[in-house]
Design a protein around this ligand. Structure first.
Ligand code: HEC
Length: 130
């Protein structure tokens, strides 16, 4: 019995290590600025980022969502946030109406809406390991 303990232990360590590495890799930031698809980044820059960033004057917006900090969120919170993003975009709730009255050009086009919604859903699937 003792003879197989060491190899079994080494084997288990290797498997466990590989599993941890794999998980760490899978959870690598995918929403980070660098990793954002170009189109998604430009939509966020154009229509969302001025309110949703850490230095935003808009306290409510800043608390609701800071795009730069998405990566630092835990997995569950990240998924919830991505779901909210897809939701507000598809319902046309963001950018807010009042803001669009002043800056109508910031309204998302149908194509941009689809790009953003598809992106958030794809990120969610990736996080869920689908
Ligand atoms: C003019 C500033 C402004 C812009 C631009 C803006 N938002 Fe917001 N956003 C807000 C405010 C304010 C809130 C808080 C809403 C509330 O509490 O009613 C919010 C809340 C949210 C929330 C959280 C919703 C919830 O249910 O709590 C999400 C997600 C969001 N915004 C996404 C976006 C996205 C995506 C864009 C770009 C397409 C965007 N926002 C553009 C001001 C803005």
């Amino acid at each position: 019995m003792k003879k197989i303990m060491l190899p079994a232990f080494v084997f288990a360590t290797v498997i466990f290590g590989a599993f941890i590495l794999n998980t760490a890799y899978k959870n690598a930031p995918i929403v980070g600025e660098k990793e954002l698809p170009e189109q998604v980044k430009s939509i966020i820059d154009q229509s969302c980022f001025q309110c949703h960033n850490a230095d935003s004057q808009n306290e409510k917006a800043r608390e609701a969502l800071d795009f730069k900090a998405i990566d630092e969120l835990g997995k569950v919170k990240k998924i919830t946030t991505l779901k909210e993003i897809a939701e507000v975009i598809e319902k046309g709730e963001m950018p807010p109406k009042k803001f669009l009255e002043k800056f109508p050009e910031k309204k998302l086009t149908e194509e941009q809406t689809k790009i953003m919604a598809d992106w958030s859903k794809k990120e969610i699937d990736t996080l869920l390991g689908k």
